[in-house]
Design a protein around this ligand. Structure first.
Ligand SMILES: Cc1cc2nc3c(=O)[nH]c(=O)nc-3n(C[C@H](O)[C@H](O)[C@H](O)COP(=O)(O)O)c2cc1C
Ligand SMILES: CCCCCCC(=O)C(=O)O
Length: 431
């Protein structure tokens, strides 16, 4: 039996109730209906060790990936398994958009690699049978500190786009941030999530348009407006351009008609006059813009893209309610520090005054634990849930969220943390 399965539930020997055992197995993302029936049959036959007998059945779907690419979400061992499946499912240009960093993708790679330089310190002899992974941010309670980062144009990954993501997030209790340039309106996403979502704002160069976006998001119940501030200078998405060489037709179809046309195809711009919008990213934006926004945002104002203590201090002076430490998943600048490495300086500067979230390269439950130990209130993931979406729609997203949450719960128990508040700096050390 895998350590992962063992850590996630009671062993068969301790299970007196067959139905509870089956419920536990059914919750596994690697479980299929066929495997379930075989295990149920083994149990009904009074097998002395049905769990051990059923193990081969449980693993069978994973062995069935002839080309090494999963063909069903339950075959996945971890979130990385979804990336090749997404690549297989998508046109090269769409996969290239998702996969791309900037220039040689150095920041993108560094974000995840940095986690291996942080080691975990585990405490022993703590009763970890019952743990609580919930977090409350701005009065909103989530079942997990793993939130979904804003990712634009999810219709390029799956026809159900952000709607499928929101349904999976509802199922798994994850908070969600919708991009300005999402393929789905905030009203539809809120309905699918069954709770308000945060709204990520790109600062268009037409204030009337920007103001209308904020008003619409707030009318839909968004408790937070997340201003992204890390795209002011432009970028070179080389990986995307390389893959587009294989697939130029798709991109020409999508991007015909220039920037205003491209923006107007996104539902959040419905009924807005976008003819004056030439830029989304606030090339001329300064802290005055944050002040201006602060005046019109009725709820919480969050800055996404902060990577230095200087800017974190400035953000506090300008009345910002939370910070997301982010380098846009390595899509903003080449050669940046990994976000997990700059998180401590931001946390120190903020000194507990506002929540600090972080994203970039989170792929494992241990990555999440490390960030919380370094002072993050929550973390966000971007590409992993889009891999799940692209490959399998809503069930794919749900499986990604389940796998990351399960790994996180396992490591919480292993280090002896019963609640999120128990995870502190003692849990990590530099390798
Ligand atoms: C395809 C794609 C589109 C994105 N679109 C947006 C966006 O519209 N607004 C934004 O603030 N960040 C956007 N991001 C960045 C994510 O919010 C997040 O910072 C990043 O994906 C986190 O890194 P990860 O993908 O390694 O988890 C995008 C990222 C990707 C991969
Ligand atoms: C008009 C669509 C542009 C979307 C840019 C979204 C983004 O932030 C990204 O990283 O890509």
């Amino acid at each position: 039996m895998s350590d992962q399965t063992q850590a996630s539930g009671p062993s068969a020997a301790r299970l007196s109730d067959r139905r509870a055992f089956l419920r536990f197995l059914a919750a596994s993302p690697v479980m299929t209906p066929t495997a379930m029936s075989a295990i149920a049959a083994a149990l009904a036959a009074g097998s002395s060790d049905a769990f051990a007998q059923s193990y081969d059945v449980l693993r069978a779907p994973q062995q069935a990936t002839a080309d090494g690419i999963i063909s069903a979400p339950e075959q996945a061992l971890n979130v990385f398994d979804f990336e090749p499946a997404a690549k297989k499912a998508l046109p090269p240009a769409h996969y290239g958009y998702l996969a791309s960093g900037v220039d040689g993708d150095e920041t993108l790679k560094a974000n995840h690699e940095a986690f291996s330089r942080i080691r975990i310190r585990a405490r022993r002899l703590i009763d970890v049978r019952k743990i609580d992974t919930s977090v409350t941010i701005f009065g909103q309670k989530f079942g997990t500190p793993i939130m979904l980062a804003p990712v634009s144009s999810q219709g390029a990954f799956h026809p159900e786009a952000e709607g499928a993501v929101a349904k999976a997030a509802k199922l798994k209790g994850n908070g969600m941030i919708l991009s300005t340039v999402g393929s789905t309106s905030i009203e539809d996403v809120t309905e699918a999530r069954g709770a308000p979502v945060w709204y990520m704002l790109y600062p268009t160069d037409d204030w009337t348009v920007t103001e209308a976006l904020v008003k619409r998001a707030e009318a839909a119940g968004a408790p937070a407006i997340v201003l992204t501030v890390d795209r002011q200078g432009g970028r070179n998405t080389e990986t995307l351009f390389r893959l587009r060489r294989e697939d130029s037709r798709v991109c020409q179809d999508c991007h015909l008609g220039g920037f205003a046309n491209e923006v107007s195809r996104k539902p959040m711009f419905d009924d807005l006059d976008v003819t004056k919008v030439t830029n989304l990213y606030g090339t001329g934006m300064t802290w005055d813009y944050v002040d201006r926004l602060r005046k019109i945002v009725k709820g919480k104002l969050v800055l996404k893209g902060i990577v230095t203590h200087e800017d974190a201090e400035e953000a506090l002076k300008h009345g910002v309610d939370a910070i997301i430490v982010s380098n846009h998943g390595g899509r903003a600048e080449e050669s940046l520090y990994p976000t997990i490495d700059v998180l401590p300086e931001v946390v120190k500067a903020v000194n507990g005054k506002v929540p600090v979230l972080v994203d970039g390269g989170f792929r494992r439950g241990t990555d999440v634990l490390k960030a919380l130990a370094l002072g993050a209130t929550a973390v966000c993931i971007g590409r992993p849930y889009c891999w799940g979406l692209a490959a399998f729609g809503e069930p794919g997203v749900a499986a990604v969220l389940t796998l990351m949450q399960r790994e996180f719960e396992t490591i919480m128990k292993q280090v002896g943390a019963l609640r999120i508040e128990d995870i502190n700096a003692d849990a990590v050390t530099r390798a």
